[in-house]
Design a protein around this ligand. Structure first.
Ligand SMILES: NC(=O)C1=CN([C@@H]2O[C@H](COP(=O)(O)OP(=O)(O)OC[C@H]3O[C@@H](n4cnc5c(N)ncnc54)[C@H](OP(=O)(O)O)[C@@H]3O)[C@@H](O)[C@H]2O)C=CC1
Ligand SMILES: O=C1CO[C@H](CO)[C@@H](O)[C@@H]1O
Length: 277
């Protein structure tokens, strides 16, 4: 069984570099699929209130703990949705997520989108700081924050976000944002790391896959890993889950990494954070 190496976040908490994302996993299938992911070797799961499947994630985590897996080995992320911004609303949203998850402590809680026109991400983040201070969540962070949002946040808040979870893949390499993260000590976590599957027919990646005798998904995930990103691919079968985790026993050469870096075309598969409010 493959296992992801751990990455230590800026507050000393460990997360798997490669975890499992559950956007679009139907609620009724979620517990079984997350259990399959855990059996495959995943230890980190990314969900959100928006995904409507926190109950299933929590069920699978509790089943694993009942079966002998240490809770400390497992890592669950959830996120506060855009309609719940503001200090009090965010505290209530956290309670609701925890109720659905059925967990005592959450590993990481993120602001899902900055929603700049709402002008509420600062009080929203202050609620996350309160939860962190109370020990109800082990790490806090943000998602879809652009440089200007991070700068505003750091001007007004105490706790440097542990991660910024952003859309990131070889067609959208986010060079400027990643450089800022490195400067600030914020981990870059890649969402839609496979560009929702659309990148898997890229001819350059197909050729590299042939060279290594690997699948295109494995080449892309290996590029993420070697670039130092945290990454959370979603897959709907145990075979694909295992394939996606099986990327720690080969390496891309520096030349191959540069070739993949060169595929950037600033192509998003999801929304631009400036348009989400
Ligand atoms: N913070 C945010 O705003 C966002 C966060 N996310 C998070 O990131 C996670 C991953 O992103 P997501 O948008 O799901 O997209 P991904 O880039 O992870 O791609 C998932 C798609 O790729 C397919 N796929 C996965 N593995 C393979 C493989 N080995 N071979 C062929 N096809 C494969 C899946 O198919 P199939 O399912 O049929 O196996 C699915 O259609 C989400 O689940 C969520 O947790 C996602 C979007 C936004
Ligand atoms: O996490 C998410 C999953 O994908 C959705 C559609 O692109 C996003 O809006 C959301 O942020």
């Amino acid at each position: 069984m493959q296992r992801s190496p751990k990455h230590t976040l800026n507050n000393g908490v460990d997360i798997d570099q490669l975890g499992y994302g559950v956007y679009k996993v139907p609620a009724q299938e979620c517990a079984d699929l997350v259990s399959t992911a855990l059996d495959t070797g995943y230890r980190t799961v990314d969900t959100a209130a928006l995904y409507g499947n926190e109950e299933g994630v929590g069920q699978a985590i509790r089943n694993a703990v009942d079966g002998g897996t240490a809770r400390a080995e497992l890592f669950v992320t959830s996120k506060v949705w855009n309609t719940e911004h503001g200090y009090d609303a965010t505290l209530a949203a956290f309670d609701a997520s925890m109720e659905r998850l059925g967990l005592d402590v959450l590993d990481m809680f993120l602001i899902h989108w900055p929603c700049p026109e709402r002008e509420l991400f600062i009080p929203t983040y202050k609620a996350l700081e309160t939860l962190y201070g109370e020990g109800r969540v082990r790490a806090i962070g943000v998602s879809n924050f652009e440089p200007e949002h991070l700068e505003q946040l750091l001007d007004s808040c105490e706790v440097v976000p542990a991660v910024n979870q952003i859309e990131l893949h070889p067609w959208l390499t986010q060079t400027r944002l990643r450089a800022l993260h490195a400067e600030l000590g914020i981990a870059t976590q890649a969402w839609s790391p496979l560009a929702r599957g659309t990148i898997l027919s890229d001819p350059v990646l197909v050729e590299l896959a042939g060279t290594h005798g690997r699948t295109v998904a494995q080449i892309v995930l290996r590029w993420h890993v070697q670039s130092g990103h945290l990454v959370i691919p979603k897959a709907s079968s145990g075979v694909r889950m295992a394939q996606n985790l099986h990327v720690f026993d080969f390496a891309l050469s520096p030349e191959q990494m540069s070739i993949i870096d060169g595929l950037d075309r600033e192509r998003r598969s999801g929304s631009n954070p400036k348009d989400v409010n």
